[in-house]
Design a binder for this molecule. Structure first.
Ligand code: ADP
Ligand code: MG
Length: 478
């Protein structure tokens, strides 16, 4: 007559309890239910695949040791895992230990029905709602206006957009899993990520979609650890059909959160749930992310968003104006699209401030107003200094009209202003000599090079001139 399985497990627990932090014990061992002991094999019921993997990864040695102590060297452990009930086949299966090999879970050996009520039956709290509320309702957190409809397609975003669309049509069924969208700021990652979620919701109203920022995810996890309900946090995320996590680069250096995300990722991915991630960098260029997680980021499709070209920028502005029912002169739209090139958010910001200025101060919307606003904008956001900006400062300084610099005139003072504009453009922008020449009176690159040398030489020999150069430099930089 051997020992009862309850007794064996109790003994194991008392050893385990002394060897790990209390919180971990509560999280990972209290939910376990011993089921049977047959032929020196102890079977324990664990609430999920994820749970099993976690035990295998973090506690396998401890488990082995304690079992050996209880059952002798031929004692073994088997898990019964409660499979996600969304499969509607409530058939837990068992896996034999010692394996320490998570891959074994992909080939379950036996399937046997079991009384599931012995597992966790309590409701999983939702980290998004106030604790105490009973019913789980996953708020998708999607922003209605960030739809595919309002996302302008251009060469800059075609791949990412169509991949996003494909994923939304068949979440989890394409090879784009995860879909990894990356770009510099203000180019539409967040917008596109929402668009995918909105589209899924439109097409499959029963799918659980969740948009969450990485900061929010981290904060929830920290909370869960603090309140000792990590399990609930994890279970909540395991219910999601389409998980969208924005700005995943913020996981950098957060090892614990990466760990938990790794397991959630695996859990969802194995069940063909869709994962959408955005980042400010391509996976290869990300720093501070564990290799095993990084390699998963590359499993699906990584698609980038480039800066939109002139036509796309115009289309974006027009769409926005149309949506808001506003009309402004085309030349102003052109001017905006021409002047703000690197960031859609700035483009929209400039448009909004022009609209605000015009309605607050009852001014007509003209190119002049646009120019003033953009100058302000350029200063406020410390954008890259533009050639236009430099020309304007130089002309103001010498009190000459802006057109003169771009004319063919060879008047001495104009030539000098033009040379200074070229010199500062070389110094403060990344533009090539040819581009600078083109924008400063349609000159060639040799002329720009000559201008730079002349300014350098004069600065060395002419104190007055040098003081102009220094003063201008300050003005341009502020
Ligand atoms: P990111 O997340 O890459 O920083 P966002 O998604 O927040 O950028 O985009 C910034 C702003 O630009 C948003 O208001 C968004 O609607 C707009 N935007 C970006 N790309 C497009 C596009 N292709 N069509 C329409 N609006 C866009
Ligand atoms: Mg964003």
């Amino acid at each position: 007559m051997g020992k009862s399985f309850n007794k064996v497990w109790e003994n194991c627990l008392s050893i385990i309890r002394d060897n790990i932090p209390y919180q971990s014990f509560k999280t990972w061992f209290e939910p376990i239910v011993p089921i049977k002991l047959e032929n020196n094999v102890l079977t324990i019921l664990v609430p999920s695949q994820f749970f099993y993997e976690w035990l295998e990864e973090h506690y396998i040695n401890l488990l082995k040791k304690t079992l050996r102590k209880e059952l002798g060297s031929n004692g073994r452990l088997e898990y019964s895992i409660v499979i996600d009930s969304s499969f509607n086949q409530r058939k837990p299966y068992t896996i034999q230990v010692p394996t320490s090999n998570i891959k074994a879970t992909q080939n379950p050996s036996i399937a046997m029905p079991i009384d599931l009520n012995r597992g966790k039956s309590k409701e999983i709290p939702n980290p998004f709602i106030i604790p105490g509320l009973r019913k789980i309702k996953v708020q998708s957190q999607l922003v209605e206006s960030y739809s595919f409809d309002s996302f302008i397609e251009g060469d800059c975003n075609r791949l990412a957009r169509s991949a996003g669309y494909a994923v939304a049509e068949k979440p989890g069924e394409t090879s784009f899993n995860p879909l990894f969208i990356y770009s510099n700021v203000g180019l539409g990652k967040t917008h596109l990520a929402h668009a995918v979620g909105i589209q899924v919701k439109n097409k499959y109203s029963d799918k659980i979609v969740l948009y969450v920022s990485t900061e929010q995810f981290i904060a929830q996890f920290i909370d869960a650890v603090r309140n000792n309900n990590q399990n609930d946090f994890i279970h909540f995320y395991q219910m999601i059909d389409v998980l969208i996590i924005d700005d995943i680069q913020f996981l950098s250096g957060k090892e614990k959160t990466q760990d938990v995300f790794f397991h959630i990722f695996n859990y969802l991915h194995q069940r063909d749930k869709q994962i959408v991630l955005t980042s400010d960098k391509a996976p290869v260029n990300m720093k501070g992310i564990e290799p095993r997680l990084l390699s998963r980021f590359k499993w699906g499709l990584a698609a980038d968003l480039q800066t939109p070209d002139f036509e796309t920028r115009i289309a974006i502005l027009q769409k926005k104006l149309y949506k808001d029912g506003i009309k402004i002169p085309t030349d102003v739209i052109d001017y905006l699209a021409f002047s703000i090139t690197t960031n859609v958010r700035e483009l929209e910001g400039a448009l909004i401030s022009i609209l605000a200025q015009s309605s607050l101060n009852k001014k007509c919307i003209t190119i002049d107003l646009a120019r003033q606003m953009i100058d302000k904008f350029v200063k406020n956001t410390a954008r890259e200094i533009s050639i236009d900006h430099i020309q304007k400062i130089v002309c103001d300084f010498f009190n000459i009209p802006l057109e003169q610099i771009n004319s063919r005139t060879r008047k001495r003072n104009i030539v000098q202003a033009r040379q200074l504009a070229m010199y500062f453009s070389k110094k403060h922008t990344n533009s090539s000599l040819a581009t600078i020449g083109l924008h400063c009176g349609n000159k060639d690159h040799a002329t720009v090079l000559h201008a730079c040398r002349t300014v350098n030489n004069l600065s060395d020999t002419d104190k007055q001139f040098k003081s102009y150069v220094d003063e201008l430099d300050k003005k341009i930089k502020t």
